[in-house]
Design a protein around this ligand. Structure first.
Ligand SMILES: *Cc1c(COP(=O)(O)O)cnc(C)c1O
Length: 359
């Protein structure tokens, strides 16, 4: 690994007690280039723009995928990653589906830890604060040839974030548009999945909703995901969530919620969730809550669902009654080292970790 530190750190201009997500990037980024069938040496360099031609194949044919994860700082200033091996495995699953090369583990994991160590002063401490980390792989070959590219870049950039309390949202259950199709790329964190979801989401927003609940592409009768989050439904005191498949992204938050719920004695069914069953449960009062789960905001509660022109109000439970909020609290507690970690999910980034790579 090559480490080239900035002489112009901006961390002094960053106030961890008063910032907006997206206004700041940490001082450094990691880049690693793939060429002639092999990955080169990873480099940690000052954060900044890179020059690419409009003929770059990623822009034209969409070979691009990414990850979303966070680093947390505890009260003693120690830094933790959360289940980074899951994100490592998933970016390679995504890359393989998009015919891109897998990133070596030492580049992803050691590169990530070295970057976190070097920019540890950027990681905010405090309730719901974290560093949002974006690893990504994209084609960099300059050619207008509709084929697999032969040059790629793996990069990691990061920005301080806070998962402020998100007000419960109104969601539209899709009866026409689909996020993913059988045999497609729905399970991959492909950049193009996001592009394809923006237009239907805009239409739903124009109708007064905040988000779409995506349903299966063939019948639109089964829940798949909600916006860019996995979806969970509570009927009486049991949780129902669609099983992962080639159309459903295998979320780290989803898996963590399932494990935490089971540990708390809550029954979780990973089973197809029929829209009809949910609407019947709303009508008979057995439906207690519906929420989305993902790294960025951890949990979004739903206050209303719309389906085929009908709108159904949902109960909004208090912090004490809500599974969505109690499981969120517990997850945040584990992530930020405020609670015991019975699953061994946290990984500490040792102070000075990057020194072994500095030549
Ligand atoms: C990233 C993502 C999720 C959530 O995954 P986490 O690992 O929990 O952040 C869910 N659905 C889609 C479509 C996603 O892209």
């Amino acid at each position: 690994m090559i480490i080239q530190k900035t002489t112009n750190s901006k961390v002094g201009q960053f106030d961890p007690n008063n910032f907006e997500f997206g206004d700041h990037f940490i001082d450094h980024m990691l880049i690693c280039e793939y060429e002639n069938g092999a990955w080169g040496e990873a480099k940690i360099v000052p954060y900044g723009a890179l020059p690419f031609s409009p003929a770059n194949m990623a822009f034209n044919y969409g070979q691009a995928c990414f990850e979303g994860m966070k680093a947390y700082k505890d009260a003693e200033g120690e830094i933790f990653l959360f289940r980074p091996e899951k994100n490592y495995a998933r970016i390679n699953k995504s890359a393989t589906r998009l015919a891109m090369p897998e990133v070596p583990e030492e580049v992803f994991i050691n590169g990530l830890k070295a970057l976190m160590d070097i920019d540890r002063d950027w990681i905010p401490h405090g309730e719901d604060k974290a560093l949002y980390i974006r690893p990504l792989i994209f084609a960099t070959e300059e050619a207008l040839k509709a084929r697999v590219a032969n040059k790629y870049m793996f990069a990691i950039v990061a920005a301080p974030s806070k998962s402020y309390y998100a007000a419960p949202v109104a969601v539209k259950i899709s009866d026409y548009y689909s996020r993913a199709a059988s045999g497609g790329v729905g399970f991959a964190k492909a950049a193009g999945n996001y592009a394809a979801s923006f237009y239907p989401t805009q239409l739903a927003i124009e109708e007064g909703y905040d988000q779409i609940i995506w349903t299966d592409d063939s019948t639109h009768e089964y829940f798949e995901e909600s916006g860019t989050m996995n979806v969970m439904v509570r009927i009486n005191d049991e949780i129902f969530t669609p099983p992962t498949s080639d159309k459903i992204l295998d979320g780290v938050t989803r898996d963590s919620f399932i494990n935490l719920a089971k540990k708390n004695g809550i029954t979780v069914h990973e089973t197809p969730v029929a829209v009809k069953k949910v609407i019947e449960a709303i009508k008979d009062g057995s439906l207690k809550e519906i929420w989305g789960v993902g790294t960025a905001v951890v949990t979004t509660q739903f206050r209303m669902v719309g389906y085929k022109g009908e709108q159904y109000e949902l109960p909004v439970l208090s912090k004490e009654e809500s599974f969505a909020l109690t499981l969120k609290e517990e997850l945040l507690g584990i992530q930020a080292n405020r609670m015991e970690d019975p699953f061994g999910w946290r990984q500490k980034v040792e102070k000075g970790f990057a020194q072994q790579f500095e030549k």
